[in-house]
Design a protein around this ligand. Structure first.
Ligand SMILES: Nc1ncnc2c1ncn2[C@@H]1O[C@H](COP(=O)(O)OP(=O)(O)OP(=O)(O)O)[C@@H](O)[C@H]1O
Ligand SMILES: [Mg+2]
Length: 234
């Protein structure tokens, strides 16, 4: 299998002097196409920082990020925008829904960018269990419902690489499992998914587990026998 994504020596610091924080410190790993990777780490470990860089929302200070053979780290702002639009489905930790658009319109906004490649917004909202809430605004939805709109938005783009930041953080146990099953089925259909989370229960469901702490990778192992979602408890 060829790696879809390879990170080499990604480093990111915030601030200067006394307030300097090294959010990512020489992070290197590779992700194979058609796999589910779980990146596990405690709060403040650098998970969102890493995912934002992988998704082209942010730039590392140094390092290489090769996706599909080209170095995203070298991209101009314009090229990164195209990368985000065409290659990435992103589930934000804090949802980032447009408050003045309904659930359906939030998903449509993302699908418009993808033209024919996109999936039907209402079908995807149905899939995440929100068929009855398509015309509601984010402020009229619970936290978990907003999170599912944000997941639907990422999935509807039908991009090859889906990056999920704590995708079950606001969901109850059963809904969380339903969402993880949807994600895992997409992997079986050929998508590549990376989930970052602090929930160690998810560590056994991936094909690949990377642990991160204080901005550094502390372990990186493949899991030849991922656990079925229905057998995962938390
Ligand atoms: N824009 C920023 N400016 C300054 N420091 C930042 C910024 N973003 C993140 N940090 C710091 O970088 C470190 C990593 O943050 P990050 O958000 O990546 O952690 P995380 O693993 O996603 O945590 P959580 O599980 O709480 O979401 C933290 O110490 C955080 O305070
Ligand atoms: Mg985070």
């Amino acid at each position: 299998m060829a790696a879809l994504l390879t990170a080499i020596g990604l480093t990111k610091t915030y601030g200067k002097g006394n307030t300097k924080v090294t959010a990512l410190d020489d992070v290197s790993f590779a992700v194979e196409r058609g796999t589910l990777t779980i990146i596990l780490g405690p709060s403040g470990a650098g998970k969102s920082t890493l995912l934002n860089i992988l998704g082209g929302m942010d730039k590392a200070d140094s390092g290489v990020l090769a996706v599909d053979g080209s170095n995203v780290a070298d991209y101009s702002q314009q090229k990164r925008a195209k990368y985000r639009r065409d290659k990435i489905g992103f589930v934000f930790q804090f949802y980032n829904l447009m408050p003045n658009l309904t659930a359906k319109e939030n998903v449509e906004l993302a699908t418009e960018m993808r033209g024919d490649k996109a999936m039907d917004p209402v079908a995807i909202l149905n899939k995440v269990g929100l068929g009855h809430r398509v015309n509601n605004f984010p402020s009229q939805l619970s936290g978990g419902e907003q999170q599912r709109v944000s997941i639907a938005r990422a999935l509807a783009k039908n991009s090859d690489l889906i990056l999920c930041d704590e995708p079950t953080g606001a969901l109850d146990y059963q809904t969380g499992k339903d969402i993880l099953s949807i994600l895992y089925n997409l992997v079986k259909e050929g998508k590549t998914i990376i989930i970052v989370t602090h929930n160690s229960a998810l560590q056994e469901m991936g094909d690949h587990l990377i642990r991160i702490k204080n901005g550094k990778i502390v372990s990186d192992e493949l899991n030849p026998h991922p656990k079925d979602i229905k057998d995962i408890e938390w």
